[in-house]
Write a protein that binds this ligand. Structure first.
Ligand SMILES: [Zn+2]
Length: 355
């Protein structure tokens, strides 16, 4: 979880973000290989899908020569098991077709480095922590540059865990809860699209969906996730947090690395509840498989259609069909999508084979 919401959206913040992004540089990283920062605190698994996942708060390393952070109201809470969850998501994509997302992991404990804050607040002036902070964000920038060069657009997930009482995945698009409750016409205004971490997608998606539809409609990310059995907000089922309900709207990383800051990589902060998602290896594997299916569908619906997005040439999903169907098997809900302009017959069997 994050300790504070975005302080403001004023011009100086935007300028600072752009200055950092200019320094990003593409590196000759190879898909399937794993790289570490010079001190070994940051891990980068290079991928070949237009998906970037970062894990800033799950690390466990506490080197004695890096002092605990004391500057600017530090938060020490670790997002338990999110490193393992990120690794499970990586494995789930690999199992689906041999392709993988770009995965960046901070292995330092949050009391040593907060990789979801700016350099000053996150590293508190320690040289090793600063080295790790720079490596973490340089790896993300490099992955973004690679994705942009190869597929022109993509998506970024900043993976966290929350301890709120309401068991739902909180998707942070940099919009506050009262803003998510605004009428669609207001959410679709340029003012709120410019605040959004899916700013690029709102202006350029395959079906011409509106910003509000991408946040809360039948094909929103939260809706697709809810359909697999993992309640999420915002979504069609749960469009916005009610007043007084705790909710993380997105932090430094999403503001830094999503299309809010420019470019064509959209993003969202994903705050996962514990029991059923992060608690056990079985839970993590099931959620990871569902998330992989959801992202596959999300890319097909809004970004790439039935085209192959795996830049190493492997099909990231079965190439014999452009139909997306998940979860399979299912319990209460199933989502089936196929290309516009074509027809499909859907037959549902129960576990006894009955139609
Ligand atoms: Zn966190």
């Amino acid at each position: 979880m994050i300790g504070a919401r975005l302080p403001c959206r004023c011009l100086p913040v935007v300028i600072a973000l752009l200055l950092v992004r200019v320094g990003a540089k593409a590196q000759p990283f190879l898909p399937g290989n794993t790289y570490f920062s010079p001190n070994g605190h940051i891990e980068y698994r290079c991928g070949d899908l237009p998906l970037i996942i970062s894990v800033p708060h799950g690390g466990a390393l506490q080197p004695a020569d890096i002092p605990d952070r004391t500057c600017n109201s530090p938060v020490y809470d670790v997002d338990a098991n999110t490193v393992e969850l990120g690794q499970a998501i990586d494995s789930a994509f690999l199992a689906r077709g041999g392709c993988r997302p770009h995965l960046i992991i901070n292995h330092l404990a949050r009391r040593k480095l907060d990789a979801n804050r700016n350099l000053i607040d996150g590293a508190c002036g320690d040289p090793q922590a600063e080295l790790a902070w720079n490596a973490f964000h340089d790896f993300i920038d490099s992955a973004s540059a690679t994705v942009t060069a190869l597929t022109g657009k993509g998506f970024y997930l900043d993976l966290h865990g929350h301890g709120h009482a309401i068991q739902r995945v909180e998707l942070g698009y940099l919009l506050y809860e009262d803003e998510l409750a605004l009428p669609p016409a207001t959410l679709n205004s340029s003012t709120y699209i410019n605040y959004s971490s899916i700013r690029n997608l709102a202006g350029n998606n395959l079906q011409g969906l509106t910003h509000a539809e991408l946040l809360q409609g039948p094909q929103a990310l939260g809706t697709l996730l809810s359909n697999t059995g993992y309640p999420a907000v915002p979504s069609q089922q749960d469009p916005f947090p009610m007043a007084g309900q705790p909710y993380f709207s997105g932090g430094y990383n999403v503001a830094q690395h999503s299309s809010y800051a420019g470019g064509s990589i959209d993003g969202v902060q994903v705050e996962c509840y514990y029991t059923g998602i992060r608690g056990t290896g079985v839970d993590r594997a099931r959620f990871a498989d569902s998330l992989a299916m959801v992202m596959d569908a999300y890319f097909a619906l809004h970004y790439f259609g039935s085209g192959n997005t795996c830049t190493s040439g492997l099909p990231e999903r079965p190439s014999t069909t452009s139909i997306v169907c998940f979860p399979n098997p299912c319990t209460d809900h199933i989502t089936v999508a196929w290309p516009a302009g074509t027809s499909a017959t859907v037959r549902v069997n129960d576990l006894l084979g009955r139609v």
